[in-house]
Design a protein around this ligand. Structure first.
Ligand code: DGJ
Length: 755
């Protein structure tokens, strides 16, 4: 059992393979946080907690006048409350019936069980009975009788601890939850930095590292979705931590709506992190007997740098968050028509693309936006999920069958949460759009949002999509959402309940997704929100892959996918080879660079294959073969960031199989200079005493001009020539030389195989 309880001392210790987490209920009943870090024993470590008389940091009434040393304002706690003497950021803010905002939680009991708890209507890490244990600690506010159940899921092998909270109103009066965070973590020291992932549409998840110095530091979203702008994932680390060393903590929020992650360094240099639903648009009414479940946070700790944090999360997302038939199955190589045609296509053109792509080895054709209603641009039609047979020249079923007849699977784009003012759905149900009555709503991409907090709206969408799925041979759905939500209001909620809208919307979204994936388990769902606007661990519970960004430029993608890799595995990142000049940046990159970057994701194409030269078509065939050959390594291997995109010349990453038998090192020269220093990286995850051979891959190498062939051979570092074998120790300690670039944006894939 990974959970140890000392009942006499009320000490709770959670062990994972390499980490330990400890808390203790003190004599007052406050649940103190004692320790989270490298694995240690389960002895009581509360000796570490300092008590001192601190001015303006008051004392709970119960401790008596003689104890000025006990203050909630400085004690490390498991779940802090607003209004009763802790003036730092807090996890829980309860408004009582009399209008006061106060709660003081006291320990009442605990329960330990095998397996991992789940959360009603919300995504959560899941595990087999023998893979996880659950600890539930009950706290209560003695005055209001509000109960707070702190849930801890311990996945020993993964080094993961999850947290969520259930709040039950056991009192006689209604309360309003003004804030109900999913976790609070207090460190009794400062000196940390945090790494957060900021961005914008077409440039998501840039890495920012900053000091957690005095004050409140926060990232979050009030956009209805988790957003392009801040990802609900952060790492707190020691100042000297890097990819391979230093103490680091990772926090990933399994939630696709508005969130807030705050960190505060307090008056005595302690650090507190609070994470949960954003309180700005949140006020949840809880009547006597009712309960509220917060979404879940998954935490991991590493004493050995950032790389371990990422790999722990990758493994858990792949194994314990993604679900369904597609979880372990090889995902099909797809072609999406968006950048090939945008809205401007006929059924015949689509079949032509599908046929050509099929001949090259592509397995799935995805019909993107524009196949339904009156939808020839983004001004109209959203909500009218009826095929535009005039445009397609046939029924959707016939089109799908034609495509299936070309040897392809068929996939379809939807934006179920969108509604255009110019749509039949809006004309019929104007009250289904999210607008504030009497105000003109803000438009975004000329569209409004469908009120997913309403059950009738959820049922309507389930019904419409079900009808299409039942009559068309569909095996893939791209679920898009192309705006942020403002003017938040639901005609189905009364004035006192409008503060529930944003969270109810997300619950509605999850209900629709859960219903559809259960009904149609054979369909692979890919999430999308204008690219990566809702790229979060919550969404991955329903859609095992998410379109990473609307920016398909290979060089920009290096930055986006690098940032994304800190919290999410390659198997979840939608990535395609697109045409050049790139549609977002105008940049021209070689085919090899585009395929190399897309192979650090789910891999597919988003261009008009009918326009490719014969030589390019040959390359596509080879790329697909190579992707299939490396599939297990790419999708399930251990991921290492070897050189970041901020390096002067080259971005390099590696996937190594769990046993260290082989690895794939991918390198893209984002800058080609003259007479540059060699690029050398230390390969990871190999066996020190084993010999490896290196095989160099680059698209078009076979058809390269003789002069280039000669140049390549001349400048190839030793080790690539004559299949020389090198030890794992050498590759790991001494390093691997990345061959020089032969052209701008040169990409190399180096397959390292045990001999
Ligand atoms: C945004 C998506 O990210 C694109 O890939 C494409 O599907 C468009 N929406 C279609 O409107």
């Amino acid at each position: 059992m990974s959970i140890l309880v000392d009942e006499r001392k009320k000490v709770f210790t959670l062990h994972t393979k390499n980490t330990t987490y400890q808390m203790k209920a003190d004599s007052l009943g406050t649940l103190l946080h004692i320790y989270y870090g490298e694995r240690t024993d389960d002895s009581d470590k509360s000796y570490i907690i300092r008590f001192s008389d601190r001015g303006f940091s008051g004392n709970p009434y119960e401790v008596g006048k003689e104890n000025k040393m006990y203050s909630l304002d400085v004690l490390p706690q498991e779940y802090s409350c607003y209004g009763t003497g802790d003036y730092r950021i807090s996890a829980l803010k309860v408004q009582n019936e009399d209008g006061s905002c106060a709660a003081a939680l006291r320990y009442k009991g605990y329960q330990v069980s095998g397996g991992k708890y789940s959360i009603n209507g919300l995504p959560a890490v899941y595990a087999d009975e023998n893979e996880a244990d659950t600890l539930e600690i009950l706290l209560e506010d003695p005055d209001s009788k509000v109960e707070v159940h702190l849930l801890y899921g311990v996945l020993e092998e993964n080094d993961i601890i999850t947290r969520a909270v259930k709040i039950i109103n056991q009192g006689k009066a209604g309360i309003v939850l003004q804030k109900a965070a999913s976790m609070n973590l207090d460190w009794i020291n400062g000196g940390y930095e945090w790494i957060t992932f900021y961005g914008r549409h077409v440039m998501e998840r840039n890495v920012q590292r900053s000091e957690l110095d005095h004050g409140i530091h926060a990232i979050g979203s009030v956009r209805g979705t988790s957003s392009h702008h801040y990802n609900p994932f952060a790492i707190v680390c020691e100042k000297n931590a890097d990819e391979e060393k230093g103490s680091c903590y990772g926090f990933s929020f399994l939630y696709s709506g508005e969130f807030l992650m705050e960190a505060e360094k307090d008056q005595v240099n302690q650090t507190r992190l609070v994470c949960g639903i954003h309180p700005d648009n949140f006020a949840w009414n809880l009547q006597p007997g009712e309960e509220f479940d917060t979404p879940e946070v998954m935490m991991t700790y590493s004493a050995e740098g950032l790389g371990v944090i990422s790999r722990n999360l990758h493994k858990t997302i792949r194994k314990n968050i993604c679900r369904g038939e597609w979880k372990e199955r090889r995902r099909p190589v797809l072609i999406n028509n968006w950048e090939a045609t945008y809205f401007n296509f006929t059924g015949e053109q689509l079949v032509d693309i599908a046929k050509n792509a099929s001949e090259l080895g592509v397995e799935l054709f995805v019909l993107d936006d524009g196949w339904f209603g009156k939808r020839d641009d983004d001004d109209s039609g959203l909500g009218d999920w009826f095929p535009n047979e005039k445009k397609l020249g046939c029924t959707l079923k016939e089109l799908a069958e034609n495509i299936v007849g070309c040897g392809m699977q068929f996939g379809l784009w939807f934006e179920p949460e969108g509604i255009s003012e110019d749509s039949d759905l809006y004309r019929e149900h104007p009250d289904w759009a999210v607008v504030i009555p009497g105000r003109k709503p803000a438009l975004s991409r000329n569209q409004l949002v469908l009120d997913f907090s309403r059950k009738d709206v959820q049922d309507y969408i389930i019904g419409r999509m079900t009808a299409i799925f039942e009559e068309t041979p569909i095996t893939y759905v791209k679920w898009d959402f192309n705006r942020s939500i403002c003017d938040k209001f639901s005609t189905a909620l009364n004035a006192q309940s409008q503060g529930e809208f944003a969270h109810r919307y997300v619950l509605g979204l999850y209900r629709v997704l859960e219903t559809l994936i259960t009904k149609f388990p054979h369909i692979l769902f890919e999430g999308c929100s204008g690219g990566g606007g809702r790229f979060d661990a919550g969404m991955l519970y329903y859609t095992p892959q998410i379109w990473c960004s609307d920016d398909t430029d290979a060089i920009e993608r290096l930055t986006i996918q690098y940032g994304t890799s800190f919290g999410y595995p390659v198997s979840t990142m939608g990535a395609h080879v697109s045409a050049v000049p790139n549609h977002q940046t105008g940049r021209i990159t070689p085919f090899s660079a585009r395929s190399c970057v897309a192979m650090a994701g789910t891999f597919g194409y988003e261009l008009n294959v009918t326009k490719l030269s014969e030589e390019e078509k040959e390359q596509v065939k080879k790329q697909i073969c190579r992707f299939k050959e490396y599939y297990d390594l790419i999708q399930y291997g251990e991921y290492y960031r070897l050189l970041p995109p901020s390096d002067r010349q080259c971005t390099v990453w590696e996937m190594a199989d769990q046993e260290g038998r082989e690895a794939l090192v991918s390198a893209v020269y984002h800058h080609v200079g003259t007479n540059e220093e060699p690029v050398i990286v230390k390969v990871q995850g190999l066996k020190a005493e084993t010999y490896y051979q290196m095989h160099l891959n680059m698209d078009g190498m076979e058809t390269m001009q003789d002069r280039d062939q000669e140049r390549l051979v001349k400048c190839l570092p030793y080790g690539y020539k004559n299949g020389e074998a090198i030890t794992g120790a050498a590759l790991q300690q001494c390093g691997l030389v990345i061959p020089e670039p032969m052209e701008e944006y040169q990409a190399w894939q180096i397959h390292i195989v045990e001999v």
